[in-house]
Design a protein around this ligand. Structure first.
Ligand SMILES: Cc1ncc(COP(=O)(O)O)c(C=O)c1O
Length: 447
C-alpha cells in the first residue's frame, strides 16, 4: 500500500504545531484570502500519503480526516497518481458535452455496478457533491413533475443555493445568504442520543413525523424527493436507528416519491459497506457520490434507476467540467484500489480496532456522552459531565490538543460538540493506534 513516493508513515513532531513556516504563510494567507474561508488546523501541507500529512515545517501529522472523507485510498495512492499523470499527458479536458472520452463512461459503468440494487441503472457525472445533490433534485422533479423536497433535521447537503436550503444548520452555512430556494421541507432526524422520548422510540416517532409531513402537510402528490444521508455527516455522524431508512424508502415507493440517498460522505467503503444504505438493506432510487470517488480529484455523480435518470432531456444535465477526464482517471484508480485492496473490509477492521477503545471513555461523569458510527466513520459526542448538554468548547479543546500533538481530527455536529474520525482506509494500524492514544489522552486531560 505504501510506496517510496509516500511520506514516512510515522508521527514526527519537528517543531511546535503550527511551526514557523506555517505561521509565516498564515500571515500571507490572512492578507490574500477572503475571511469566509475557514481552516481547521493552521498548517500548510507539503506532501501527504497513506496516513500521514507532512507540513512545510517537516512535522508528520497523523491524518484522521482524509480531507473530510475524500482520501480513503490516501492522498497519493499510486493507482490514482499514475492514472492522473497518464491522462494529463494525453489531454486534460474536452468537455464531455462537446466530445466524449472513455473515462467518463467507465466511471459511470463502475458506479452502476457498485451502487445498491440489481435494477437497470444510469449515471451522470458532475464535479462537486453539492452539484450532484442539485442534479438529483432536478432529475427527481422532472421524473415526478412535482416540486417539493423533504430533508431531515441535522442534514448537510452542500453550500449552493438549493443545497444550502436543504442543509439544517444556519451558522455558518446559511446566515446572511438568503433568500433560500423554496419547496424544501424538514422532518425530524431520528437522532437516537437526543431523541426526547429515548433512543428506542426514535425510529417509530421520527417516521410518524415524516409520514405526517409528507402525506398531510405537504401532500405526497407534491413531493418529488426525500433525501437522506444514511449516516448524517456534518450533523454529527448520526446513525439512524434500525428500520427507519427502510420505512422511509417504502413510504417513498408507495407514493411515487424518489428516495435519494446522499452517500457523498458515507459512500465507497467508508462505513464498512460499499454504500451505507446496505447496512439497512435499503435500495435507493438515486444515489449521490463525490468525495472518496476520485481519490482527491473533484468528481461527483448521480446514479440511479434508468427510467428516473432518463427523465431529463438531452442537454438538461452537465457542466463544463462535469466528469473531467483527469478526475475520471483518478476515480478509476481509486475504485480499483478500494476493490483490489479490500478497503471496505478494512473500514470494518478500523471500527473493530477503534470503537471499543472509544467506548471505554463513556463512563459516569465523562465528557464523552456517546460514541457511534460505522466502519471508518466514527465519532464521540462530548457533553457537560453528568448531562447531555452539548460541550462544543470541550470538543474544541480536545481537537486543538490533538493538533498540537500531530494528530488531525475534525469537529462536527449541529452543536459543534462532536469529534469525528475519518482516517484514510489505508492508514497503517500502528499509526491509527498511536492517534487514538493521543486522542484518549487529550480527552482524559481536558478536565
Ligand atoms: C452528505 C453530504 N452531501 C453533500 C456534501 C457537499 O459536497 P461538496 O462539498 O463536494 O459540495 C457533503 C460535503 O461535506 C456531504 O457530506
Amino acid at each position: 500500500m505504501t510506496t517510496s513516493t509516500q511520506p514516512e508513515q510515522r508521527r514526527i513532531l519537528a517543531t511546535a504545531i503550527p511551526g514557523p513556516l506555517s505561521l509565516e504563510r498564515q500571515a500571507q494567507r490572512k492578507a490574500e484570502l477572503a475571511n469566509g474561508l475557514g481552516t481547521t488546523m493552521p498548517v500548510f501541507v507539503d506532501r501527504a500519503g497513506g496516513g500521514i500529512l507532512v507540513d512545510v515545517d517537516g512535522n508528520h501529522i497523523i491524518d484522521l480526516a482524509s480531507g473530510i472523507a475524500v482520501t480513503s485510498v490516501g492522498a497519493a495512492h499510486p493507482a490514482v497518481t499514475r492514472r492522473i499523470a497518464e491522462q494529463a499527458a494525453r489531454f486534460t479536458h474536452t468537455c464531455f458535452l462537446v466530445t466524449e472520452y472513455d473515462g467518463f463512461v467507465d466511471v459511470a459503468a463502475a458506479l452502476n455496478r457498485l451502487t445498491p440494487g440489481d435494477h437497470a441503472k444510469k449515471t451522470a457525472l458532475f464535479s462537486t457533491g453539492a452539484e450532484a445533490v442539485e442534479n438529483a433534485i432536478k432529475i427527481a422533479r422532472t421524473a415526478t413533475g412535482r416540486p417539493a423536497v423533504v430533508v431531515l433535521g441535522h442534514a448537510y447537503h452542500g453550500r449552493t443555493n438549493l443545497t444550502m436550503a436543504m442543509t439544517a444548520k444556519n451558522v455558518p452555512y446559511k446566515q446572511g445568504f438568503g433568500p433560500l430556494a423554496p419547496e424544501v421541507y424538514r422532518v425530524p432526524s431520528p437522532y437516537p442520543y437526543r431523541w426526547p422520548s429515548g433512543p428506542e422510540r426514535a425510529a417509530e416517532e421520527a417516521f410518524a413525523a415524516l409520514k405526517d409531513i409528507v402525506t398531510i402537510q405537504v401532500g405526497a402528490t407534491n413531493v418529488a424527493a426525500i433525501v437522506v444521508e444514511p449516516i448524517q455527516g456534518e450533523g454529527g455522524f448520526i446513525v439512524p436507528p434500525p428500520g427507519y431508512l427502510k420505512a422511509v424508502q417504502e413510504l417513498a415507493t408507495e407514493h411515487g416519491i424518489v428516495f435519494v440517498a446522499d452517500e457523498i460522505q458515507t459512500g465507497l467503503g467508508r462505513t464498512g459497506a460499499m454504500f451505507a444504505c446496505e447496512h439497512e438493506g435499503v435500495v435507493p432510487d438515486l444515489v449521490t457520490t463525490a468525495k472518496a470517488l476520485a481519490g482527491g480529484m473533484p468528481l461527483a455523480a448521480v446514479t440511479g434507476r434508468a427510467e428516473i435518470m432518463d427523465a431529463v432531456a438531452a442537454g438538461g444535465l452537465g457542466g463544463t467540467y462535469a466528469g473531467n477526464p483527469v478526475a475520471c482517471a483518478a476515480a478509476l484508480g481509486a475504485l480499483e484500489a478500494i476493490e483490489s485492496e479490500g478497503l471496505v473490509a478494512r473500514a470494518r477492521e478500523i471500527e473493530e480496532r477503534v470503537l471499543p477503545r472509544l467506548a471505554e471513555l463513556v463512563v459516569a461523569g465523562s465528557v464523552v456522552g456517546e460514541v457511534r458510527g460505522r466502519g471508518a466513520m466514527l465519532a464521540l459526542e462530548l457533553v457537560e459531565p453528568g448531562t447531555t448538554q452539548p460541550a462544543p468548547a470541550i470538543a474544541k479543546a480536545v481537537v486543538e490538543r490533538c493538533h498540537e500533538q500531530g494528530v488531525l481530527t475534525l469537529q462536527c455536529g449541529t452543536y459543534g460538540n462532536v469529534i469525528r474520525l475519518l482516517p484514510p482506509l489505508v492508514i497503517p494500524f500502528d499509526l491509527l493506534d498511536e492517534a487514538i492514544d493521543v486522542l484518549v489522552d487529550a480527552i482524559r486531560g481536558v478536565r
